[in-house]
Write a protein that binds this ligand. Sequence first.
Ligand code: HEC
Length: 152
Amino acid sequence: MKYAKYLSLALVVPTLALADEAEKAKLMEAGKASFMTCAACHGMDGQGVAAGPKKMAPSLTGSKIATGDPAILALVIHNGIAKETQDYLGMMAPLGAALDDDKLAGVMTYVRNSFNNSASVVTPADVKKYRAQFKDIVGPVTRAKIAELEKK
Ligand code: HEC
């Protein structure tokens, strides 16, 4: 009987892991659907749609913004990136208003875990927190601002 509590732990831990997997699968599926919006520039393969000698947008494979601090990824998708160069034909538009918490969490989880990326899952509760955290940052963010936030 002494081992009963370890036995129940042994049953609970895998159940929790399964619940996490189910949550991730749900976010990935919803995220793939929402990624259609991003695919116009980043491509369904996440490599950036070719537009003559340039691309519409950068590849998301290995992107520090995509796979790093999820708060910064949320900010970038929410506010967009200020267009300071002509490196890409497109512009990273502010898409936060178009994506509710569920959709933003899904698309974030999707880009963090597709195109050979592997990073943590983002939940709708996380997204709510990030929106509150950055509510005072208005308009597209500059690369300098992103770098400053990455240092914190
Ligand atoms: C209209 C075109 C367009 C759409 C739509 C778009 N992006 Fe972008 N995205 C860009 C461009 C252009 C950049 C590069 C911005 C710059 O440096 O000027 C960018 C940059 C990014 C970056 C930073 C990459 C890096 O490491 O520098 C991420 C992450 C990103 N986009 C994710 C997304 C996601 C997720 C969506 C959909 C919710 C999306 N984008 C929709 C054009 C687009």
